[in-house]
Structure formats: C-alpha cells, structure tokens
Design a protein around this ligand. Structure first.
Ligand code: ADE
Ligand code: ZN
Length: 336
C-alpha cells in the first residue's frame, strides 16, 4: 500500500501465479510477435471478458491467453515485467507459482519455461528476491504431474517448492499424494490450493496427505471448527487473496470476505494477489481492499505483512529482519 511520500508497507508475495500477471496489452504484444491469432478484437474487448462467474470461467481464459507465451524470452519478459513493479508496492520477496503443464502441453520445452523465468528473476535480484514454485494442474491426471516433476528435475536448483492449482472441486489433494511424496523427498517445499471453491475437507487432506507447509486460500476452513483449531494451533500459514475471491464469486462481496474473521480466529493469514492482471490489482491493491473494504486497522495490516515474511521460505534471519521492518512501518499522514 502506498501513501504519498511514505514508503509502502514491506511485504512478501507468496500467492501469485506468474501467468496471472499477463496483462491484456502484453497478450496482444506477444501475439503479434509470435504470430498467434487471438479470438479478441482489441485489448478492450479482451478486458471486457474478465467478468467471471466462478473459478472455471476464469481458468478458461487464463489458459487460452497463455498461448502467446512461446519462447524463453517471453517468459523472461513476463517475470521481469512483474518484478519491476515490486519495489513500488513494498514487495521485498516473491515466491511465484508457475504452471509448466500449461506450456509443455503446447510444445514449449521445460528448459525455456524455467530458463526464461529465472532470467527475469536474476535481472531483478538487486531489488527483490524471488523463487519459483512449480504447480501441478489438479484437473489433469496424477501421472502427468509425475512426468512434469521428472521433466523439472534438471532445474531443481532453481525451484523451491511444488504447489497444486487449477479446478479444485472433484480433484482432491489425495489424488496427488505420490507425486508430493516424491517432491518432498527431492527437498521441495509443498504447498497447495485448498478450500478456495472446494470444501474444508480438502484443506485437511492437503495437510494430512500432502504435508503442505502453507495452504493457498483456505477460506472455507472456517466451515470446520476443529480444522480452525488445528490451523491455529499449528500456526499453518493461509495465503488469502481478497480480490480474487470476490472476482471468482467465492465470496459475495469485499465487505463479506472472511479475512477479519480469520484474523479474529487467530489464524496465520497473509494477503496476496493470485492473478493480478485478471482480478483488478496487485499486492498493494489487495492490502488497500483489506483496509478500505474490510476496515482492517494499521496494526492488522502490519500483522498481515509480518505473517507474509514469517510464512515465506526465506532463511530465519532474513524473515525476522523483514518482519521487523513490517512491524516498524508507519503509514504517515493520510489513510493507513
Ligand atoms: N490458477 C491460477 N489462479 C488460480 C486460482 N485462483 N485457483 C486455482 N488455480 C489457479
Ligand atoms: Zn492461486
């Protein structure tokens, strides 16, 4: 969040799909460069279609737009364009998701996907630290996830973790127990989307079957009191994305988002942007929504930012130092 003349609140971005930062202008620029035909008349026409009714209605257009990403350079530019925005929003550290299956299925080599994203990350290393989390597409067969992990093995020095995303309902975490076992054995940190559209039982499964260290979204955990008690006791991080939840109809409006209830329940929540090019804003806009739409206090915003560093996969000394910066942040004159 930025206020005039005041440095933004320092924060970590832990729930961001790098393909979800593909802005409509970039879709058109890359389509031209790569000679990809688009079924939209203009940038405005494309943007006008960003009226989603549920997760699947978003995923349909999200995967379709990825067709413009073809070369290592495209992936480098995608990561670079995102990371360039980070300092201005107080984002000091990013753990970004990427969906290799959505690219390898189109014939883009894993080497170009990972190589391009790491080129972008390396170009901005002086300003923001960043790591990659390889997501498996849960609506694809488990065997495809296993093949994807094998294809990624030569690049594991540049990948910090594995995640689970795409259409949730009907694809419970237990479908991926074996590939997560293998990923953990390779030293990768496990996280998973759960409890976004799917039930609280998927959050339990992600913990029990996949051994996740963070739950992405997890908003439906509130439907299960015993699960809430467990998440609170274990300080399990939940990466919550308010604007995404509103735009995908997971909650009926920003004022009804359960973030305040999650904080009041003592849950270890932080705020993130999911797919900012599609949902109306990056990290700072999600913090502003938490402040203006949900009435969170400056102290609560600081807590969210501290939690974001604590929940990251940074080393302990760096986490502590950055969390302290968040705790010491002062909003200055104007809105908090
Ligand atoms: N992939 C990109 N954004 C996603 C979301 N919000 N949920 C599940 N999969 C996704
Ligand atoms: Zn997500």
């Amino acid at each position: 969040m930025t206020t005039t003349g005041t440095p933004p609140l320092p924060k970590a971005e832990l729930h961001l799909h790098i393909e979800g930062t593909l802005e409509p202008e970039t879709v058109f620029a890359l389509a031209r460069r790569n000679d990809v035909a688009l079924p939209y008349a203009s940038v405005e026409d494309l943007r006008a279609r960003y009226e989603f009714t549920d997760l699947q209605s978003f995923l349909d257009i999200y995967y379709a737009n990825m067709a413009v990403l073809r070369t290592r350079e495209d992936f480098a530019e995608l990561a670079s364009a995102y990371l360039r925005r980070c300092p201005g929003q107080g984002v000091r550290h990013v753990e970004m998701f990427f969906d290799p299956q959505a690219h390898t299925a189109r014939g883009v080599p894993m080497a170009d996907v990972v190589g391009g994203l790491t080129d972008g990350i390396d170009a901005h290393a002086a300003d923001v630290s960043a790591g990659l989390i390889l997501c498996f597409l849960r609506d694809q067969p488990a065997a495809d996830a296993e093949a994807t992990l094998r294809a990624a093995e030569p690049y594991l020095d540049r990948i910090i973790g594995v995640g689970l995303d795409s259409a949730e309902v009907g694809h419970p975490p237990s479908k991926f127990t074996a590939v997560f076992d293998r990923a953990r054995a390779l030293g990768l940190k496990p996280v998973a989307h759960a409890g976004e559209e799917g039930p609280a039982s998927y959050v339990r499964e992600a913990l029990d079957e996949l051994g996740v260290l963070r739950v992405d979204h997890g908003i439906r955990s509130l439907e299960d009191d015993d699960l809430v008690a467990r998440l609170r006791r274990d300080r399990t991080p939940l990466t919550v994305c308010p604007l995404s939840n509103v735009r995908l109809g997971c909650v009926p409006g920003i004022g009804l988002h359960p973030l305040p209830e999650m904080l009041d329940a003592g849950l270890n929540v932080s705020v993130h942007s999911d797919d900012p090019a599609y949902f109306g804003g990056y990290a700072d806009t999600n913090y502003a929504a938490a402040r203006d739409g949900l009435g969170l206090t400056t102290d609560q915003l600081r807590t969210l930012a501290e939690n974001s560093f604590a929940a990251s996969f940074l080393d302990e000394a760096t986490k502590t130092m950055l969390a302290l910066r968040a705790r010491e942040w002062k909003p200055g004159p104007g809105p908090a």
